[in-house]
Each structure stands twice: as structure tokens, then as C-alpha cells.
Design a binder for this molecule. Structure first.
Ligand code: FAD
Length: 305
């Protein structure tokens, strides 16, 4: 119930505007978000990669309704990728892109063209793009755009959410040679005919999906902080004789950092999802919906500033 309220609030534009200018935003920024500017995210990227971790950078923003805003998002990604390339970080840092941020709600063709420009810049910088998966109404469109982009940019990463009842089927379709697939539980509200709601069902689905991906010839990117799922992933890697370079763990910036370092220290590939930018509200609300302790952290930052 609490989770549903926070997820509903995460979609409210009125609340979003009020919150993003609120003074306690800095507390949220410090914990889960690298900062507002490219320099902030590059500093965090250098520190994480210096510690042996990989990075995927998300320019915060979603639900773009103005073409000029979509263009500004693309421009920001292009300059970020240019900086990653010129600093030689392309082999350790990629970008994650939300299609809603580059104009999907305005026109799917515009989103494809914008995403194509970002993929081309990523290739020049020696890196890759992963298309974040958003709410359930956008899954078919995201998979369609993924197929389109992969014609010219075959390393474009996909995301499958295990809370979707069709997730195992999607994984089977995407488990082919060279296919980079991030598996996560899913962070949005969804109706029960489309998605599981019980944690146990979502976790069982995650294991089924992981088995498909780890057994196949693609490149699995296992995005979870869940200790049981991380342990099962390790067992599946042994079972399928996957070398540490043949898959990766992914976690969010600011969550279970010690575990990220521990896995990387053991020789595993660990990629950290690092968001930056000023439109932090939707992202932060989803983190709070996942875990009340995250909400407590933000409230503490409000009272101690
Ligand atoms: P949860 O069920 O939230 O947590 C399981 C267990 O993990 C907890 O019981 C606890 O033991 C541990 N844990 C979790 N959080 C903490 C914490 N703060 N401190 C200590 N232990 C903790 N969702 C999408 O819908 N689309 C996407 O494109 C997407 N991309 C993602 C990319 C990455 C790299 C990651 C990590 C997540 C992404 N997500 C995405 C979010 C994802 O769907 C989940 O909402 C989020 O990861 C929480 O799920 P969980 O697997 O960590 O499990």
C-alpha cells in the first residue's frame, strides 16, 4: 500500500516540480545521485572505476513532453559521451537511456532517431548504450525500438523486469549471441494481469529468467541487491562454466557499496548505475518505494541539514 502511494506520487508532475526545487534535494542527491552536472558524474565515475568497478551513467529525466527538452537531453548525452571518450573511460563506463526522456511520448520515430544519435556517439567513445525499461505500457515499444537500434548498433543493451508475467518469454527471445540483457525486478506500478505483485513470485521469476540468460549465449547483466539472487547467480555461473568476464552484476549507486567492492575484489565484473542531473524526483521516489530505510535516510538528511 505504502509502495503504491509512493509510486503514484512519483508520476505526479505537480509534486515533482515542488520537490525538485525543495531545499532538502541536496540530501537526496548526495546519497543516490552523483550530482547535478557532468563534472559531478565524471568524478564519481573515476572514483568507482579506480576501485575496479564498471559504471553505467543515467542522465536523470523522463516523460519529456517538449521536443526542445528531448533535444537538450540528447545534447547532454552527446557531450557526456564525448568526455568519456576523451578521458579514455569508454571501456569502463557506458550510458543508460530512458526512451521517454528522448521524446517517445511525442513520437516514437523521434525517440528512435534520438536514441540512434546517442548509440553512434557511444560507439565513437568506445562504449555502449542500455535502454532502461520503464512502465509496462512501454515494453512493446521499447523492444521494438531495441530491435531497430540493434541493426546498426548490435551491442545496445536491453532490460527485462522479472515482475512481468511474460519476462521469461522475453528473456528466451533475447538470449542470443552478443545480446546484452539487464535483468532487474522492476520498479514501476503495474496491474496484476501484467505483473506479479508478491515479492516471492517476483523473485522466483527472477531465478527462472536468470537460468534462461545464464544458460544462453548472450551477455547477462544481473541487476539486483538481493543477496540470495546474487548467490544463485554465482552458482549458475559455475554450472554453465561462465568466466567472470562472461556476465556482470549491476547495482545502484549508493546501495550496498561494500558488497559491490567485495564482488569486484573477488574478480567479478560489477557495474554501478550512476544517475546525475537535476530531475531527480521520479528516480528517488522509486528508490524510496522499494525500501522504507531509503525514505528514512532522506528524511534524516532533511532534519540534519
Ligand atoms: P529488493 O527486493 O528491493 O531487495 C532485495 C534485498 O536486497 C533486500 O531484502 C536487501 O537484503 C537487499 N537490499 C536492497 N536494498 C538495499 C539497501 N539499500 N541496503 C542494503 N540492502 C539492500 N527497474 C526498472 O524498472 N527498469 C530499469 O531499467 C531498471 N534498471 C536498473 C538498473 C540497475 C543497475 C539496478 C540495480 C536496478 C534497476 N532497476 C530498474 C530497479 C530494479 O527493478 C529494482 O526496483 C531495484 O533494483 C530493487 O530491487 P532488488 O533486486 O535490489 O531487490
Amino acid at each position: 500500500m505504502f509502495r503504491q502511494v509512493l509510486l503514484a506520487a512519483s508520476r505526479s508532475n505537480g509534486v515533482r516540480r515542488a520537490m525538485e526545487t525543495a531545499p532538502f534535494a541536496q540530501g537526496v542527491v548526495r546519497r543516490f545521485i552523483a550530482g547535478g552536472e557532468v563534472d559531478d558524474v565524471l568524478d564519481v565515475t573515476l572514483s568507482l572505476t579506480g576501485d575496479g568497478r564498471l559504471v553505467t551513467i543515467d542522465h536523470l529525466g523522463e516523460d519529456t513532453t517538449e521536443p526542445s527538452h528531448a533535444e537538450a537531453v540528447v545534447t547532454d548525452y552527446l557531450s557526456l559521451l564525448d568526455r568519456l571518450g576523451s578521458q579514455g573511460l569508454g571501456d569502463r563506463a557506458e550510458v543508460s537511456v530512458k526512451l521517454s526522456a528522448v521524446g517517445r511520448a511525442l513520437d516514437e520515430g523521434l525517440a528512435v532517431e534520438n536514441a540512434r544519435r546517442i548509440c553512434a556517439a557511444a560507439e565513437t567513445a568506445g562504449t555502449t548504450v542500455t535502454l532502461d525499461m520503464e512502465d509496462h505500457t512501454t515494453v512493446a515499444s521499447t523492444l521494438r525500438i531495441l530491435r531497430e537500434l540493434r541493426r546498426d548498433h548490435p551491442r545496445t543493451g536491453a532490460v527485462i523486469q522479472s515482475y512481468l508475467r511474460r519476462s521469461e518469454e522475453y528473456c528466451a527471445e533475447l538470449a542470443y549471441e552478443g545480446s546484452r540483457v539487464r535483468l532487474c525486478k522492476g520498479a514501476y506500478a503495474a496491474p496484476s494481469d501484467v505483473a506479479y505483485s508478491a515479492r516471492a513470485d517476483i523473485d522466483k521469476s527472477y531465478v527462472r529468467c536468470m537460468k534462461v540468460l545464464m544458460a544462453g549465449p548472450g551477455y547477462p547483466m544481473l541487476a539486483t541487491h538481493d543477496p540470495r539472487l546474487i548467490e544463485i547467480a554465482g552458482a549458475l555461473a559455475v554450472l554453465h562454466d561462465r568466466a567472470p568476464g562472461g556476465f556482470e552484476y549491476q547495482m545502484l549507486y549508493g546501495i550496498r557499496s561494500a558488497e559491490q567492492s567485495r564482488l569486484a575484489g573477488m574478480g567479478a565484473q560489477v557495474r554501478v548505475y550512476v544517475p546525475y542531473g537535476r530531475e531527480w524526483y521520479g528516480y528517488a521516489m522509486r528508490r524510496m518505494a522499494e525500501r522504507p530505510a531509503n525514505l528514512a535516510f532522506v528524511l534524516r538528511s532533511f532534519t540534519t541539514r
